[in-house]
Design a protein. Structure first.
Length: 80
């Protein structure tokens, strides 16, 4: 791990994306297994957000977050 710490990507609940779309994007963009994608999507739905990835570099986190945003998910990233 770099001395600067790691970065995480967080998906937030919204009023326009349905469960199946969020689940699909967790698999496609984040590379999550079906079970992990379902767990993270459930967290987004029930808790209002979920950490969907942790990365060593800002660039990796930013790329993942931007991909999710481009597909319409409310997504943020920041240092852990």
């Amino acid at each position: 791990m770099s001395s600067g710490g790691s970065w995480q990507v967080v998906v937030h609940n919204d009023d326009h994306n349905v469960f199946s779309v969020v689940h699909h994007l967790m698999r496609k963009v984040c590379g999550a297994s079906d079970a992990i994608a379902r767990e993270k999507t459930t967290q987004v739905h029930q808790r209002g957000h979920a950490v969907v990835g942790e990365y060593e570099s800002r660039e990796e986190a930013e790329t993942t977050a931007l991909s999710l945003v481009r597909f319409g998910l409310h997504t943020t990233f920041g240092r852990v």
